[in-house]
Design a protein around this ligand. Structure first.
Ligand code: RIB
Length: 297
């Protein structure tokens, strides 16, 4: 079984601010960071750091994409399916406030130039039972979902950032949805009985729902599991959801009884450092933290 992440690659421009800027306001930042990010790249890194070999497929700019390729190579992630295109790489302008909360403006760039020809080529190298991971930051998603489903691949979809267009995708073909609370409500078209509504709308799917500092929930098709979040003081929550997804999937692939546990520890650790990709913990750090928690209890 192979794991393919067909996902976004962004250059993140991150500004540390006192508060998230209001309409009409100009604010100076106290720190500025340029790093590699994109939900796709972060999730591939989290998977790899959690011990899963991953193929990353995506698109970067010919002129400015080298740092993204280098970041993937440094993690020993397979880049055979990353294409260079005539455009800027994707970028994200991120404000992080003093409570670690963020807001993000995206420019899709190369991520939005993924076309059907690229998809056909990439998917021709994958087969039945392989896992494909997708986020809502690249083009041709309906085509990818239909084609991967036809091949019998297991489709993991993180519909983030969620938008109206996303609801028109063939989502009934998704095996596992990864959503935060707001995305879950959006997908369910309701803010009450969210999981019940999701189950009714997508009866063949599993759901992982994260609720920040509170808890995470996993519906595995039969039963619901819940995991309390670790109590921490976040420095920067950027990339915490991506870390959660990578660590959850590593546990899921291994067949762990409670795949939420390691993921919630890993994502809490990711909130304690600035930046997205650079804040994703390595497996050793996560295991050390788990030992520390167990010794305290
Ligand atoms: O999930 C965090 C990521 O969202 C950032 O790295 C940014 O690039 C955006 O895609």
């Amino acid at each position: 079984m192979k794991v393919l992440n067909f996902g976004s690659l962004n250059i993140d421009y991150s500004f540390e601010v006192d508060h998230l800027v209001k309409p009409g306001e100009t604010e100076s930042s106290s720190a500025f960071l340029v790093t590699c990010g994109g939900k796709g790249l972060n999730q591939s890194v989290a998977l790899k750091r959690a011990g899963v070999d991953v193929y990353h497929a995506g698109a970067i700019g010919k002129k400015d994409g080298k740092l993204l390729i280098d970041a993937l190579l440094k993690e020993s992630i397979d880049i055979s399916y990353v294409t260079k295109v005539n455009s800027n790489s994707g970028s994200a302008f991120i404000q992080v406030d003093k409570n670690g909360e963020n807001c993000i403006v995206l420019n899709g760039g190369a991520n939005k130039l993924i076309d059907e020809e690229m998809v056909d080529y990439v998917l021709s190298n994958f087969d039945k039972k392989d896992i494909i991971i997708l986020q809502n930051e690249i083009s041709s998603l309906p085509y990818i979902i239909n084609k991967a489903h036809k091949k019998g691949m297991e489709i993991v979809f993180n519909p983030s950032p969620i938008n109206p267009e996303c609801l028109s995708y063939p989502l009934e073909k998704v095996s596992i949805f990864f959503v935060n609370k707001k995305e879950a409500e959006y997908l369910a078209s309701s803010s009450t009985d969210v999981l019940e509504n999701l189950k009714a709308k997508y009866p063949k799917s599993k759901f992982v729902i994260t609720d920040g500092s509170k808890e995470s929930i996993y519906f595995n098709g039969k039963e619901v599991m819940k995991q309390k979040s670790l109590c921490i003081k976040p420095v920067d929550t950027t990339g915490a959801g991506d870390t959660f997804l990578g660590y959850f999937l590593s546990s899921y692939i291994r067949g762990d009884k409670n795949p939420l546990y390691r993921a919630s520890v890993a994502s809490a650790l990711a909130c304690l450092k600035r930046g997205a990709k650079i804040s994703i913990p390595r497996l050793g750090e996560v295991e050390e933290k788990i030992l520390e928690i167990e010794e305290k209890n």
